[in-house]
Design a protein around this ligand. Sequence first.
Ligand code: T3D
Length: 274
Amino acid sequence: MYRNSIGDVMEETPVLSSARGNYRIVTLNRPQRLNSFNEAMHAALQAAFDEAERDTNCRALVVTGAGRGFCAGQDLSDRNVSGGNRADLGHTIGTYYNPLIKRIKSLPFPTVCAVNGVAAGAGANVALAFDIVIAARSANFIQAFAKIGLVPDSGGTWMLPRLAGAARARGLAMLAEPLPAEKAESWGLIWKAVDDAVLMQEAEKICAQLANGPTAALVEIRRALEEAENNTLDAQLELERRVQASLGAADDYAEGVKAFMEKRGAQFTPRRAG
Ligand code: T3D
């Protein structure tokens, strides 16, 4: 619950989810707190992912934020730091943030993040965990952790050096300065920055393209690129051989080749349950 600008008590629906044909739009919805995470929002986001996974018609999703921010990380008003009863951050990270990042990375369809405004703390790293990240030009990414005596979490220390290189990762994490969307694009953190007015239009265009694509291959692309981070070239070549053998035996490959030869768009197979 929260009070709106004229003092009325409002009920909170921390995450909104709506189906658009074969993809979904999931919106973080605590705009009065810049969509920062509390336990209810973590639970609601996981429930929105559950719902999307159950719906085999759903073959991609976009996550965005309501209001002027994308997500300001942990809701700090939930943290009692003056009394003796402090939250065990190891517990909350292990219970909420780590499972969330792993969940995003293992969704059985491709994902898009439309960063509509500031993405700070865990909010920045949650955004970077999606497959394709686009951001409004006015958005900023802030590794806000050092300002409150913490290290980047939610995969930040893993993703930042891989995406931006070690020197930039150190600068972002230690200085905790806002990184504007266009710089995030030029540094390789995100796919692209777009005009604010067309953010959702662009995000949905990308999402629709992914939703009409070969879902299994797109998920394998995500996995293969993740595994490449730790593999030798030999191991990665073997992984590509194995994955290609499996995809090459599937209907989507046959359809893709046929469609090419017949000079038409491919009609890939729907996603299967489980
Ligand atoms: O605790 C654990 O479980 C460990 C996990 C940690 C994960 C983390 O994410 S730690 C990092 C937490 N996040 C931050 O430190 C960011 C805090 N927020 C900010 O630094 C700034 O709000 C922003 C740079 C994101 C945006 O600045 P600005 O000037 O555009 O907006 P604002 O005025 O600061 O915020 C607007 C409102 O949202 C304001 O409320 P008010 O005054 O209008 O009633 C502000 O308090 C609220 N808000 C923003 N971020 C948070 C928040 N309220 C609670 N928690 C927040 N994280």
